[in-house]
Design a protein. Structure first.
Length: 478
């Protein structure tokens, strides 16, 4: 006998077998009791058949308890199929309805063993029936008439094969249904596990998001606090610089004034002449005082710009006189150096809407730097008109500025690190103040330079636009 596969889900067999064993055990006990009550003494075979059924129930129950479900099903299925046929031994073939109970074993095989087991059980039962009918002498029976025996045999064959076929069909239907149910259950379980994992990931993500939001909120609060403290410190610094600049300028003006008076009018001291050594010292005092006053003025301007207190007195100012004045200033600063001054602007130029004092300060700073760092070559002051602005530049052929320094040259207290720059020390505030002053006018300042070949500092100023009625108007805001 070849081995067959069991059902993919044995839960049905495990549910059916215990009550089936109980029922069969009860029937066996009742049959044994009826035999005893009837005081059956014709033969011992009914007692043996009943005992064999009870033994099958016990063996199947023991195998079930051990977890051997398929073997338990084989034992009880073959017992239910063969023992009713064995009732021919005591009761004969004709008028023996017990043999038809063999169909129960065929049906039980489909449920307890496998979908194709009913066919095998039916074959075994029919084979046993054929042996007992053809060879009745084996069990001590007489041969029955051919007609009735054939009728009983055909009835049993039809019954057992029909039961086997129906059970086989039902088994495979159950097999497919259980397989589909198992597959569906497995898919549902996987989906549920995936859903739970996704839900856990989502909950973890939400917790992490909440933690990040809390951290972001705390960082925002810390940032706001730090910014408020920085702004307060910035305002305090600027206010301190402005106050101290005012306080320092008063005694410095006195020092410069007295030193200038002592040099220019020595007769004011009872007509006594001042020696050259003392005059030189007084001149150094005046020069140092003027340098310190320039530094304080720069710091004061820087403080005013930072706190927004630097007010511009804008007016329509002709640009050419300012540029001419810068040319004369450059000529005086260069003295006898072999540097050519070039004028790169032509009259007329448009009138600009500016504070002439602050624009003069910007130009003076740029021209002074050009003269300071140019020993040979040329210095040019130029301007040209655009639609809504005038571009002004100061070009020189001096030491130039490296690319790495051009990004920081307009920062506060920043200076170019070079030998020529160290010979002309400064505060590092001039260019930053110039840029701020230009930006306060609504313009912009930029630099074009190459190390060793010179620099071009350019900036823009808003020009006065004539209105249709002839009145001056401001350029559109950029």
């Amino acid at each position: 006998m070849h081995r067959t596969n069991t059902l993919p889900d044995e839960s049905l067999a495990s549910e059916v077998l215990p009550p089936l064993l109980v029922v069969i055990g009860a029937v066996s006990a009742m049959s044994f009791g009826l035999l005893l009550l009837a005081q059956w003494r014709a033969s011992i075979s009914p007692y043996l058949i009943t005992g064999a059924l009870v033994a099958s129930v016990w063996a199947s129950g023991s195998l079930f308890q051990r977890g051997r479900l398929r073997t338990a099903g084989v034992v009880i299925s073959y017992a239910l199929a063969l023992l009713p046929i064995c009732s021919i031994i005591p009761f004969g073939l004709l008028n023996n309805t017990l043999i038809y109970l063999s169909a129960i074993g065929v049906i039980a095989a489909g449920v307890l063993i496998a979908p194709d087991a009913p066919i095998r059980v039916a074959r075994v039962a029919l084979g046993t029936l054929m042996v007992l009918v053809v060879f009745p002498s084996i069990v001590g029976q007489e041969r029955a008439d051919l007609g009735p025996s054939l009728a009983v045999g055909m009835s049993m064959t039809a019954l057992l094969l029909s039961a086997a076929a129906l059970t086989w069909a039902a088994g495979y239907a159950i097999h497919g249904t259980i397989g589909w149910a198992l597959e569906t259950s497995s898919k549902s379980e996987r989906r549920e596990q995936l859903l739970r994992a996704t839900q856990a990931d989502l909950e973890r993500t939400l917790r992490e998001r909440d933690q990040l939001n809390d951290r972001l909120y705390k960082l925002t609060l810390d940032l706001e606090t730090a910014r408020a403290e920085a702004e307060a410190a910035y305002r305090s610094k600027a206010s301190f610089m402005a106050t101290m600049s005012h306080e320092l300028r008063t005694p410095l003006n006195i020092i410069i004034g007295f030193s200038s008076a002592m040099i220019d009018h020595p007769e004011m001291y009872d007509g006594e002449p001042i020696s050259e050594a003392i005059s030189a010292d007084i001149a150094e005092i005046r020069r140092s005082g003027q340098h310190l006053l320039g530094l304080i003025n720069d710091i004061l301007d820087l403080a005013r710009v930072e706190v927004g207190r630097l007010e511009l007195n804008k007016a329509a100012v002709p640009l050419v006189p300012l540029l001419d004045e810068m040319m004369r200033t450059a000529s005086g600063l260069l003295k006898d150096r072999p540097v050519l001054l070039r004028r790169e602007y032509v009259s007329p130029l448009p009138t600009v809407l500016v504070d002439d004092v602050r624009v003069r300060q910007v130009l003076l700073n740029l021209v002074s730097n050009a003269c300071k760092f140019t020993s040979v070559g040329e210095i040019s002051v130029g301007a040209r008109a655009e639609n809504y602005e005038v571009i002004v530049w100061v070009r020189d052929t001096g030491i130039g500025i490296a690319d790495s320094d051009q990004t920081r040259i307009f920062n506060q207290f920043e200076q170019v690190e070079s030998h020529d720059a160290k010979q002309h020390p400064g505060t590092g505030l001039g260019l930053s103040i110039c840029r701020w002053l230009v930006e306060l006018h609504g313009g912009r300042m930029w630099l074009e330079s190459e190390l060793g070949k010179g620099s071009i500092f350019s900036f823009t100023l808003p020009r006065v636009q004539p209105a249709l009625n002839g009145a001056a108007s401001k350029p559109p805001e950029q």
